[in-house]
Design a protein around this ligand. Sequence first.
Ligand code: PLP
Length: 394
Amino acid sequence: MGAKVNANFEALQANYLFAEVNRRVKEYQKAHPEADVIRMGIGDVTRPLAKSVVAAMVKASEEQGQAETFHGYGAEQGYEFLKDALRKYYAGFGVSLENDEIFISDGAKSDCGNILNIFSADNTVLVPDPVYPVYVDTNVMDGRNIVYMPSGEENGFLPMPDEKLEGDIIYLCSPNNPTGAVYNREQLTEWVDFANRHGSVILFDAAYECFVTGDLPHSIYEIPGAKTCAIEICSFSKKAGFTGTRCGYTVVPMDLVREETSLNAMWLRRQCTKFNGTAYIVQRGAEAVFTPEGEKETEENLEYYRGNAKVITDTLDRMGIFYTGGKNSPYIWFKCPKDMDSWEFFRELLEKAHVVGTPGAGFGACGQKFFRLTAFSTRENTIEAMRRLEEMFG
Ligand code: PLP
């Protein structure tokens, strides 16, 4: 008798990657308090919010303090003003959405986990290896069977459909975390055709789409046929520095139907039952991202990170090291020098160069000999960290 716990939790990996990295760094710093340690491992942004975003949130806060302009509960799926702004943003990529296909949330991580509510635990899930650990852990918690798609130097860390690896739910993340690799139109077309052929649903994580330049797709809906097979999850975290402010959104097309059931209607039902909407103040801030001033200011921050990424990729180019990412992504994923394992390189880099990165092994078996650096540090620290890397390992 008594409450039973979710036994699936027992199957979760004991150590969360970043907790382990932090533990090791703290231990090192305790033993070497004089070391000037530069952190190039964490995926959090460092630039502050754009001025126009802050101004919009201040104005919205004032509104909340006046009876005439006060907002209580909003629609669970978000305010129309923000959905209008997003609809126009997507129109800029040639994608036409209806407001009712857009659901505003408090971030992409929650949506990544919550969206699984509308799928049976019997589904098999296909995830890339290496992988953003949230895709794996959220499915482990539900007890779903997970199949890994290996990737590596041979396919530029961009796994492609393989008739031998079938999945009912397929996770794609482009630009990718951790590898920074980006699918082109032809590659995404292959995925969309594969999913439509098999009746699979692609969960497309576009959290880093803002880093894309040139003709690469920002959204999976730029690919014909995607509206019958894909859900897109996105975030203001990296686009506009909302990691601590919290806003994201999920697109579930009206045309997406499985077992004669509208997934849009299911997601609406789920959100209305378990979610009471994102804060009005935060949604006003997110709306301001799409004003001309907001776009200019957020783009300046993105350019800063792109500049950091270039400092890293230029260094790796000089060192002749294989890498993916950095061009349309804040992540740079490179092969550890001297054929080292990633935790071994983590230790050497920390001890010799006092630079912290993220060992690829933490993202899956295919990351065993790879390492992730991020472009979210300051320019000064990025330059200094790369100077040390080149000096110690060049
Ligand atoms: N998806 C990917 C691939 C990420 O790397 C992250 C954050 O690092 C998220 C989603 C989470 O975004 P949010 O801050 O909106 O929860």
